[in-house]
Design a protein around this ligand. Structure first.
Ligand code: ASP
Length: 356
C-alpha cells in the first residue's frame, strides 16, 4: 500500500517536472536581424531637438538598447545598408530579398527581422511580400524617433518584432511590419502621419493583430497571394523594369507621360483622382503611350482607401489599362515592376492586381 502511494507521488513529480520543462525550456530559435538604416538607427544632436541623421549607428550599437531580445532568441545581426529609406533602391531590394531567401532556407533560422526607415517601408515590405519564398516570418521594423531621443520607439518596436518572429502563429502570414504594438500586413500598408509613432496602418483591412505582453495576438489573416504562394522570382534578376508614378490633379497634362516615354520606362502607374480618374489630356497621353510604345499602364488612386475599380468611369479594356483595386500607387509600382518581369499583357497584369 505504502509503495503504491510512493509510486504515485514519484509519477506525479515526474509529470510536473516534464510539464514545466516543456513550458519553460523551449529551445531558443535563431533570428537574423538585417539592418538597412533609417530613423531607427538615427542619431540626433540632442535628446530633445528635431534635427537628426538617419542611418547613423550600426546594427550592433542599435541592438545594445534592447538586450532583452537575447533571452528570446539567438540573435545574429548583419548590416545590409545604412541609408535613409528615402534613398532605398532596387539594388538594395534585390540584395535584401536574396539574403532573406538564403537565410530562411536554413533549417536553424526561424525568422528574419529587418530594420528599415519608415519613409519607404511600405514599398520594401511589399517587394519582400512578393519575392520572399518562405512561410517563415519576415518582419520589418522602424521607428519614428531617432535612437538618441527621449522616448525612442525603436527598442520597443525591435523587441516586439523579435517576439513576433519567434512565435509559431506568425508562420504563413506574409511579410509584416511591427510598430507601435500593432502587427500590420504588407499587402495594405500605408504611412499615414509624417511624425506620429502610430503612423502605420492597414487602412483598408485593419491590422493583423497586436503585440501584447510579449506575444503576438492575431485577429485576422491576409487573403491575398504572398511569399511562398507568389509567382515572382527575383533570384536570377539583376535589374528591375523601370516604372514611374504620375499624379492626376486639376489641369494635369500629358507632360510627364511624354517625359516617361522619352526615358523608355516600361510601365506607368497613375495616382488618379477619385476612383483612379484622369484628366482627358493625361488619359489621351497614356492611351498613346500604350498603343505606340507598348508601355503598361496601371490606374491607381491618390485616395487612401477604397478600390480603384475596373470599368467605372474609365473603360479599361478599351484603353488596355489595368486597375489596381486595393493597391495604392506606391505598392502598385512594385507589383507592376515584378509583373513586367513576366508579361506585358494588360489582362495578365490585371489578373495579378486582383490576386496580390
Ligand atoms: N527618413 C527616415 C527614413 O525613412 C525616416 C524614418 O525612418 O522614420 O529613413
Amino acid at each position: 500500500m505504502k509503495s503504491n502511494v510512493l509510486k504515485s507521488v514519484v509519477l506525479g513529480l515526474i509529470c510536473i517536472l516534464s510539464l514545466s520543462l516543456s513550458t519553460y525550456a523551449q529551445p531558443k530559435k535563431t533570428i537574423y536581424i538585417l539592418a538597412t538604416g533609417g530613423t531607427i538607427a538615427g542619431q540626433g544632436d540632442t535628446e530633445v531637438t528635431a534635427g537628426y541623421k538617419s542611418g547613423a549607428i550600426t546594427v550592433d550599437e542599435l541592438l545594445k538598447a534592447v538586450p532583452e531580445i537575447k533571452d528570446i532568441a539567438y540573435i545574429k545581426a548583419e548590416q545590409v545598408a545604412n541609408i535613409g529609406s528615402q534613398d532605398m533602391n532596387d539594388e538594395v531590394w534585390l540584395k535584401l530579398s536574396k539574403r532573406v531567401n538564403e537565410l530562411l532556407s536554413q533549417g536553424d533560422v526561424a525568422g528574419v527581422v529587418i530594420t528599415h526607415g519608415t519613409d519607404t517601408q511600405e514599398e520594401t515590405a511589399y517587394f519582400l511580400n512578393l519575392t520572399v519564398k518562405s512561410e517563415k516570418p519576415t518582419i520589418l521594423v522602424g521607428a519614428m524617433r531617432p535612437s538618441t531621443a527621449i522616448g525612442a520607439d525603436g527598442p520597443r518596436n525591435i523587441y516586439n518584432a523579435v517576439v513576433t518572429a519567434v512565435a509559431p502563429e506568425s508562420i504563413g502570414r506574409g511579410v509584416m511590419v511591427v510598430m507601435d504594438d500593432k502587427i500590420l500586413s504588407a499587402d495594405d500598408l500605408a504611412k499615414t502621419n509624417t511624425l506620429s509613432v502610430g503612423t502605420f496602418q492597414n487602412p483598408n483591412y485593419g491590422p493583423l493583430g497586436i503585440v501584447y505582453n510579449g506575444k503576438p495576438i492575431y485577429t485576422r489573416q491576409s487573403l491575398k497571394r504572398h511569399t511562398a504562394n507568389s509567382e515572382f522570382d527575383v533570384s536570377y534578376i539583376k535589374e528591375l523594369p523601370r516604372v514611374e508614378i504620375i499624379l492626376s490633379h486639376s489641369n494635369a497634362t500629358g507632360l510627364f507621360v511624354e517625359a516617361a516615354v522619352k526615358a523608355h520606362v516600361k510601365g506607368i502607374v497613375t495616382a488618379g483622382v477619385g476612383n483612379g480618374n484622369l484628366t482627358t489630356a493625361l488619359q489621351d497621353a497614356l492611351e498613346k503611350a500604350v498603343k505606340n510604345h507598348g508601355i503598361a499602364v496601371v490606374r491607381s488612386s491618390r485616395i487612401m482607401t477604397g478600390p480603384t475599380a475596373q470599368w467605372d468611369e474609365v473603360d479599361d479594356d478599351k484603353l488596355n489599362f489595368s486597375a489596381s483595386w486595393f493597391i495604392n500607387p506606391y505598392r502598385a509600382r512594385v507589383l507592376l515592376m515584378l509583373a513586367l518581369t513576366k508579361t506585358k499583357d494588360y489582362k495578365e497584369i490585371q489578373r495579378m492586381f486582383s490576386e496580390y
